[in-house]
Design a protein around this ligand. Structure first.
Ligand code: FAD
Ligand code: SF4
Length: 398
């Protein structure tokens, strides 16, 4: 059957060829499909349009006068949560995988876009459309690398799917929302995670080799609320490295340029967002953005414990101090880094204030990156909420 859509005449780019967003490309996968037809409008790095797409997805854009809205995006509800019976091998307790399994099993969707890994390499992403719970569970745990999730978009039309759940990070979801109406779906559900500091597969290797004592046995890692990176190893042991001891001078160019210029940490356009950084240690953080998100969360309500989010401490001084420290690539000796980690964990920001700490640190760093490397993009590419957040801090002139 030939497609009636204009995009079906467009041609996907060949693997490895230069993408329209050039070095800022996050390899979201759109350009691996004939939906490249819409790239100029859809690409998160060529046409930042979060406020407009928020209005389409949630019925309104965020209110910049409301601090939680400004930081975390449009939401009806926020909570801390964890599964009563966590999924073994999930990134946290497996709330994302559980929602996806329930949606398939209850027949709300016919397929789930998620990311498994290749047989040879646990960190090499392999986007799939899962049709069974087993296939969803095989995609559990973060692949902390740029992942071309949208490369499966052509398969949707070809397999005549009408009801779909897409799991993804901000840049993928922005492009997805921009082409949503071209996909011929009856219903699209979007389950997002926050995302920051992602890397290419080579960058990940450098990060692991510079930071972990046993890079080859790392199964997963997370930048935790206790100001340490937790590396989980194959034998179940957990190695903890304080943020302040990271070799910033060596790691400066590890993060992908797309992630150094991203301001959608909290996945503004997903219906439901599941992360951790707004919750206390050991808990996940859930944001219900709209009625579709509410419907998705209701499917697992009996499988999770929830509690209200908290907010404690004051992040601002720590953020201000981190700006020149990052710029100069300061690395503390390990004993000092450990000590600082312990002190900050005791008195430092917690809950939503920790999330604001992380957002402020990344937005100020990224604002400087765009200003220095792509000054012509600064005004249009940085959303108004991010400009407001950055304006709270003193940045170097150059
Ligand atoms: P699981 O049930 O283990 O499911 C994980 C899901 O993530 C899978 O369905 C898989 O398809 C999907 N996935 C894995 N890798 C990718 C990828 N590269 N791109 C798109 N989708 C992927 N949360 C925060 O609060 N703060 C952060 O700074 C933060 N950084 C993150 C960085 C990355 C690269 C990723 C992928 C996630 C990040 N998260 C962050 C989200 C958090 O780490 C967990 O993924 C989330 O809490 C869900 O945990 P879970 O146990 O419910 O997920
Ligand atoms: Fe294409 Fe996505 Fe790269 Fe933009 S980020 S150039 S849409 S693959």
């Amino acid at each position: 059957m030939t497609s009636i859509y204009p995009h079906s005449k467009a041609k996907a780019l060949k693997p490895g060829s230069r993408r329209p967003a050039k070095e800022l490309c996050s390899e979201c996968g759109l350009c691996d499909t004939y939906y490249i037809h819409y790239v100029k409008e859809a690409c998160a790095f060529l046409n930042q349009q979060i406020a407009e797409l928020e209005t389409i997805a949630h019925g309104k854009s965020r209110n910049l006068e409301d601090e939680n809205d400004c930081y975390f995006g449009v939401h009806q509800e926020m909570m801390a949560a964890r599964k009563k019976d966590p999924i073994e091998g999930a990134q946290w307790t497996g709330i994302v995988s559980t929602i996806a399994c329930e949606m398939l099993e209850k027949g709300l969707v016919e397929g789930v876009v998620c990311v498994q890994n290749t047989k040879e390499d646990r960190f090499q992403p392999m986007p799939v459309i899962a049709r069974t719970s087993e296939e969803v569970l095989a995609a559990r745990v973060n692949k902390p690398t740029l992942s071309p999730n949208l490369s499966i978009l052509e398969q949707i039309e070809k397999s005549n799917l009408k009801r779909l759940l897409v799991i993804g990070v901000g840049c993928q979801i922005q492009a997805l929302r921009a082409v949503e109406k071209e996909l011929g779906l009856e219903k699209l559900y979007v389950l997002g995670t926050p995302c920051v500091d992602n890397v290419t597969r080579e960058g990940l290797q450098k990060f692991l080799e510079t930071t972990s004592q046993s890079p080859d046995t790392v199964v997963h890692y997370e930048f935790m609320q206790d100001f340490r990176v937790h590396f989980k190893h194959e034998d179940g042991s957990v190695e903890k490295v304080p943020f302040f001891g990271l070799k910033t001078n060596k790691l400066k160019d590890v993060f992908a340029p797309s992630c150094m210029s991203c301001f959608d940490y909290v996945n503004s356009l997903a219906d439901l967002v599941v992360g951790y950084m707004g919750a206390e240690f050991g808990w996940q953080w859930i944001m219900v953005r709209n009625d579709t998100g509410k419907e998705m969360l209701s499917l697992v309500e009996d499988q999770i414990n929830t509690k209200p989010v908290i907010s404690q401490g004051d992040r601002k001084q720590a953020v201000q101090q981190s700006i020149p420290a990052y710029d100069k690539g300061v690395t503390l000796p390990m004993w000092a880094a450990k000590l600082m980690g312990v002190v900050i964990e005791k008195v430092g920001p917690k809950g939503l204030e920790y999330a604001r700490f992380s957002i402020d640190s990344h937005f100020t760093r990224n604002y400087l990156y765009v200003k220095r490397n792509h000054p012509e993009k600064l005004d249009n590419h940085v959303p108004d909420y991010a400009k407001k957040i950055v304006s709270q801090y003193q940045l170097p002139d150059k």
